[in-house]
Design a protein around this ligand. Structure first.
Ligand code: FMN
Length: 325
């Protein structure tokens, strides 16, 4: 049986659903070329972090003349942006797979400035890595969500390439924010980003980094939300991210309603060869279950397509649902 693994995500025709997510893996041309050779269908570049650029610029205090320091800070900012622009241009020249640029800003105006510059550089699409972490009680959920939506609207209006939004999972109603993002013209949502999280070492009495890599069990809540969101008929694509470590997880994500997956931890842990292994396992599944076209499997088990959608709604361990006493 001739198998077609290609999928459509954000209007991009991808040769298969496995995209390498934004991380150090996609921060250099050499690594991206190796990922393309390993079978990845697209890459999301390491995010361009405005905060990092600001930090680097602020560290500049070369001389006693404030004008000179301001000039050098602006030069540093431009230089970092141009390095990123160069990576996009080089990747577009050297690789055939689509390049999705990723930005994460803190000041409102910079989202648009960065987005335009990366579009000019040749990015095929833009992923907005938005995370507004509240550190005090004042902004209401609605206020924060409106800020997300304003960023999306402004970027979408300023570029003509497709825009996708990579979300964290902490929203009161993820389906509502997803619909709002779609309404503002984004073409996709990535569920979910996995953020750096602090842990506490109780012996050293200090904060330490938790594991930066995901575990396969983290996929389960991704499946629920992709299945619910993709059933809403809001006309956008979903990419699943977090906890996708093998071919079985790819199939699950697609059945739940994702058009593509974004992977990172499993490559860090197993090397680029895991991509081929995942694709081979997906093909074996297609063969066994009679899916010559992988795209036909997308959403087959989402919230609106299964006989008993209530399964996706179950969240409490009521005694009807569990065997455990
Ligand atoms: C070392 C490392 C660096 C990352 N850098 C970024 C980043 O710059 N931008 C971003 O949106 N996500 C970043 N991520 C998150 C990943 O893109 C991905 O969403 C997350 O790791 C969950 O996918 P996984 O389970 O396949 O690892 C990073 C993850 C890791 C492990």
């Amino acid at each position: 049986m001739e198998k077609q693994l290609n999928v459509n995500y954000l209007g991009l025709n991808l040769k298969n659903p496995v995209i390498v997510s934004s991380s150090g893996l996609t921060a250099s041309l050499e690594r991206i070329k190796a990922l393309e050779a390993a079978g990845a269908s697209a890459v999301v570049l390491k995010s361009l972090f405005e905060e990092q650029i600001m930090h680097e610029s602020a560290a500049i205090n070369y001389c006693d003349y404030p004008e000179a320091n301001d000039y050098l800070a602006e030069y540093t900012r431009q230089h970092r942006l141009e390095q990123h622009v160069q990576l996009i241009a080089d990747t577009k020249k050297a690789c055939l797979i689509p390049v999705i640029a990723s930005i994460c800003c803190v000041t409102r105006g910079e989202w648009v400035g960065f987005a335009k510059r990366l579009e000019e550089a040749g990015a095929d699409a833009l992923e907005l890595n938005i995370f507004l972490l509240p550190t005090d009680k004042r902004p209401s959920g609605e206020e924060l969500e409106n800020r997300y939506l304003a960023i999306v609207a402004e970027v979408v209006e300023s570029v003509s390439i497709p825009v996708t939004v990579k979300l964290g999972r902490q929203f009161t109603n993820l389906l509502n924010i997803t619909a709002g993002i779609a309404f503002r013209g984004a073409k996709g949502v990535v569920m979910f980003n996995r953020f750096y999280e602090p842990d506490i070492d109780i012996n050293a009495m200090k904060l330490v980094s938790s594991s930066v890599y995901s575990s396969p069990g983290e996929l389960r809540s991704v499946l629920r939300w992709v299945a619910l969101a993709s059933a809403q008929d809001i006309g956008i694509d979903f990419a699943a991210s977090t906890g996708i470590h093998d071919g079985e997880a790819v199939v699950k994500a697609l059945l739940a309603g994702a058009s593509a997956v974004e992977i990172c931890s499993t490559i860090y842990e197993h090397g680029n060869g895991i991509v081929q292994k995942m694709l081979a396992d997906v093909e074996a599944w297609m063969e066994t279950y009679g899916y010559p076209r992988l795209s036909d499997a997308i959403g087959v088990l989402n919230y609106k397509n299964i006989d008993n959608p209530v399964t996706y709604e179950r969240s409490q361990f009521m005694k009807y649902f569990v065997q455990h006493a």
